[in-house]
Every structure is written in C-alpha cells, then in structure tokens.
Design a binder for this molecule. Structure first.
Ligand code: BTN
Length: 247
C-alpha cells in the first residue's frame, strides 16, 4: 500500500474528513492525521476526547472485496496496531479486546472505528479506519468517565515516543498486513488475532447500548469478526455488534 500523509493541526474528526476526501476520490493509502480533534467520536456515538499528545488518524482503503468480509478490516487494524506498539515499545502486554480495543495491562490505550461505504451496486466504494492511540497523554487529559479504564503508552511504559514515530510504526505493520490480507485472505489476520487477543476463553457480558443481552464464555471469533459465546445452559450465540465486559 502506498501511503499519502495529510496532516492537520486540528480537525473536527479525522473520520469525517476521511469520508469527505474519499467521496472526492482520495486514493487508497491516504492517511489523515490531526494533532487534535474537537469533535472526535468513538463507537456507540460516544465522544472521543482527542487533545494534543494523542495520535488521531484515519486511513482510507478501497479493497475490492465482498462487503460481508469488511469487518475483517477492523480485526486487521487491531492486529497491526498491537504488533506495531509491541515492537516499538518492546512489550508483550498490549492485547486486543474484541472487537477493536487495545488494552495495556487491562487499560484501554487505543480505539478503532471503521466505516464502510458501498456504491449503488452494492460494491465496496471505500472503507475508512479511524484509529486513536493514547501516546503521550497525562492523567489529567482523560475525561472523568474513562480515567479509571484508560492509559497512555509513554507514561505506562516509561518511554518518550512521538506520535509521528508511533504512526510510522503502525502504518508499516498496517501496510504489510493489508497487502497480505488482500493476497492470501483472512487466515493471516486470524492467526495473529488469536495470538494477540485477550477475549477468547473469557467469561463476558455482551452489551448493546449499555444493556446486558447475553452472558457466557467466548469460544471463538469467526471470519466475519463476530464473537461466538456459549452460556451456562450450552446455548451458543454469535454477536457482530455491541461490546463486551470481561469478568
Ligand atoms: C472507540 O473505541 O470507541 C473508537 C475510537 C476511535 C477514535 C478515533 S480517533 C481518530 C478517528 N477520528 C474519530 O473521530 N474517531 C477515530
């Protein structure tokens, strides 16, 4: 993948700018980075606080794939970020929590928000992958509601990397994995995801809009990115939406 970097001091949301640029025909590999966002958003319509010191960026992709496999892009992005951060920071403590949170010792250091746009024929027009990494935030930078569950890489791992260095490391892994995925299919991603995740085998509560809708043990994640959960009665359900809390 050929990368074209578009850097901004401030944007409302790099995802929104990416959608606008993708609609205008921006090529695959366009990466939109903002030093801060004043309207960043996360999953479930949540606000994503994005002050200076964090890495906020979105990648535009134009994969020629069946849309049913598009959720694999989120798994792929989680793997790429996890591998890059592990390598750069020389740690094995970064793990993936389904579907796309990166945790360091159980605390969130990165969130990923992808969107897919199909054309009028149902063919993928573009996908955007928005990635937020807490690189050099201080405790005071986190809003009260996430202060207990979020962490920043530099502070936690006693390193001093810049957002540019972290971005370069992530895009290196992202580009390699994306090209392999297009060429060889999802197996390459799933193999790595299985190694890096902290979800399979755990007892979880599956939530939709903060309501618990199922409880059980995660037995696997399928190729469409859904988790398979078995409850105590042996009932098995798969979920490709919502979020989980790990018990
Ligand atoms: C989540 O965990 O809820 C996903 C968070 C995604 C945040 C990133 S920061 C860059 C991009 N721009 C946004 O507005 N959101 C994503």
């Amino acid at each position: 993948m050929k990368i074209q970097l578009r850097e901004f001091d401030v944007l409302k949301s790099t995802n929104e700018t990416a959608v606008a640029m993708a609609r205008e025909g921006a090529p695959e590999g366009t990466v939109i980075v903002a030093a801060r966002q004043d309207g960043g958003h996360g999953r479930m319509q949540r606000v994503w606080s994005s002050p200076l010191g964090g890495l906020w960026f979105t990648v535009i992709l134009r994969p020629q794939i069946d849309p049913q496999f598009a959720a694999q892009i989120t798994l792929l992005a989680g793997v790429a970020v996890a591998k890059a951060v592990r390598r750069l920071y020389d740690t094995e403590s970064v793990k993936i929590k389904w579907p796309n949170d990166l945790l360091l010792d159980g605390k969130k250091i990165c969130g990923i928000l992808s969107e897919l746009q199909l054309d009028e024929n149902g063919v993928v027009d573009y996908a955007i992958v928005g990635i937020g990494v807490n690189v050099a935030l201080s405790a005071a930078d986190f809003p009260a509601e996430v202060a207990a569950t979020a962490a920043s890489l530099n502070a936690s791992l006693h390193k001093d990397f810049t957002c540019d260095q972290v971005l370069a490391a992530i895009m290196e892994d992202f580009g390699i994995l994306y090209d392999k995925w297009l060429l060889l299919g999802v197996d390459v991603v799933m193999k790595e995801w299985q190694k890096l995740n902290c979800t399979v085998g755990r007892h979880v509560l599956v939530k939709d809009n903060d309501q618990v809708i199922f409880a059980g043990t995660v037995t696997a994640v399928d190729e469409e990115g859904a988790i398979i959960v078995r409850n105590e009665q042996g009932i098995v359900q798969s979920f490709n939406f919502g979020e989980i809390s790990i018990r």
